[in-house]
Design a protein around this ligand. Structure first.
Ligand code: NAD
Ligand code: DAU
Length: 351
């Protein structure tokens, strides 16, 4: 094998697309997927690659330092692509401690394990930390987040991710650990857990349930198809400069309410419903606490230096995503089990 890469959180939404891409496109790389399999981790996301000779799964928790040290000893990783995290803002508001533990302590455990094994001279070693645009805070109606925008996280989730970014940079500056960071905007696509806006709305439309829109639906997000994010990660992993940060976004800003209306139209056609039928399910509910107004990414560094740009239009991406959820009802019904219903009721009843 040319190199052995640890992908953390590979059973989750983005992680599974990254594992698939790397395992299929680079048969000379051994891909080790380390995942705790929380409610968001699902090995069904990887059925099509689980038998490849260059793929291994390890169940474990990044907050367990001794386990991580042992894992590094057993596999002698050349590189890490770190995606494992608690990722849902609403859950961070009701239960922040899990976010502090996994996103901060878990990241530091990985940094320590890598640092003690990779000498300054290891030419191929790289710690690639996958982060979010939410670390930059919230924009007003104008402006874009660049790599130089000051950090201003405002939710327990984004504060925990910002903290992990700072730790990664500290290990680079202090211990010379070779690192790279990417900060990406909102992803959507197949395999996303139906707590996030787009898959939740698809499921509710299909099952004729209310579509909960927070506040007035005026918050804006910059949406990117998940495979375009995986392609950017591939490019940065191979061509990015050590010590640098790359922002990744879709150049695709949508107000939540406009997005939901677009999705309703797409779903009406797919489900054979009269035009406008699904829009009747839209229900405005109490806003998220501290709800960031707008995120939008300036992509110019990753596009001018590395030649990346999004390839999937929003309409095409939403069509593909809706088709995937409609064709994978078994996947959906398996994740919408008791715990999900409990979460859903707590989150949305009496809202
Ligand atoms: P996800 O919630 O779908 O998946 C997270 C994965 O991490 C799951 O498989 C889970 O089991 C695993 N995990 C959680 N805690 C763990 C622990 N203690 N030890 C080991 N594994 C653990 O998340 P996602 O949406 O795929 O996001 C992946 C990464 O990308 C996160 O770091 C997130 O902050 C970042 N990100 C996400 C988005 C987005 O729009 N979803 C955008 C930008 C950045
Ligand atoms: O920007 C990148 C971030 O995008 C990632 O770092 C996070 O991991 C990811 O979860 C996502 O965060 P958001 O909070 O933007 O995503 P979410 O899908 O939860 O919400 C998108 C928008 O829709 C947001 O303005 C809140 C709103 N919303 C969300 C839900 C779940 C609703 O109006 N109703 C809902 O039921």
């Amino acid at each position: 094998m040319e190199k052995t890469i640890l992908v953390t959180g590979g059973a989750g939404f983005i992680g599974s697309h990254v594992v698939r891409r790397f395992a299929r496109n680079y048969p000379g790389y051994m891909i080790v997927n380390l995942d705790k399999l929380t409610y968001a981790g699902n090995l069904d996301n990887l059925r099509d690659v689980e038998n490849l000779p260059n793929y291994r799964f390890e169940k474990g928790d990044i907050t367990n330092a001794a386990f991580m040290e042992d894992l590094f000893d057993r596999h002698r990783f050349d590189a890490v692509i770190h995606l494992a995290a608690e990722s849902h803002v609403d859950r961070s508001i009701t239960g922040p401690m899990e976010f502090i533990s996994t996103n901060i302590i878990g990241t530091v455990n990985l940094l320590n394990a890598a640092k003690s094994r990779w000498t300054a001279g290891s030419p191929d070693s790289l710690f690639f930390h996958i982060s979010t645009d939410e670390v930059y805070g919230s924009l007003g109606s104008g402006g874009l987040f660049t790599e130089k925008t000051a950090y201003d996280p405002r939710s327990p989730y984004s504060a925990s991710k910002a903290s992990s970014d700072h730790m990664v940079r500290a290990w680079h500056h202090t211990y010379k650990l070779p690192v790279v960071i990417s900060n990406c905007s909102n992803n959507y696509g197949p395999n996303q857990f139906p707590e996030k806006l787009i898959p939740l709305a698809i499921h509710n439309i299909q099952t004729n349930k209310e579509i909960p829109v927070y506040g007035k639906g005026e918050n804006i997000r910059d949406w990117l198809y998940v495979e375009d994010h995986a392609a950017a990660i591939d490019l940065i992993f191979h061509k990015g400069k050590t010590g640098e940060t790359y922002n990744i976004g879709g150049n695709n800003e949508w107000k939540n309410i406009d997005l939901i209306r677009l999705l309703c139209g797409i779903m009406d056609k797919k489900l054979g419903r009269p035009e406008g039928a699904s829009e009747k399910l839209i229900t405005f509910v109490r806003d998220r606490a501290g709800h960031d107004l707008r995120y939008a990414i300036d992509n110019s560094k990753v596009s001018s230096e590395l030649g990346w740009k999004p390839s999937v239009s929003f309409r095409e991406g939403l069509e593909k995503t809706a088709d995937w959820y409609l064709e994978n009802e078994k996947w959906v019904s398996a994740v919408i089990c008791g715990n999900y219903l409990e979460y859903y009721n707590e989150q949305y009843n009496n809202r």
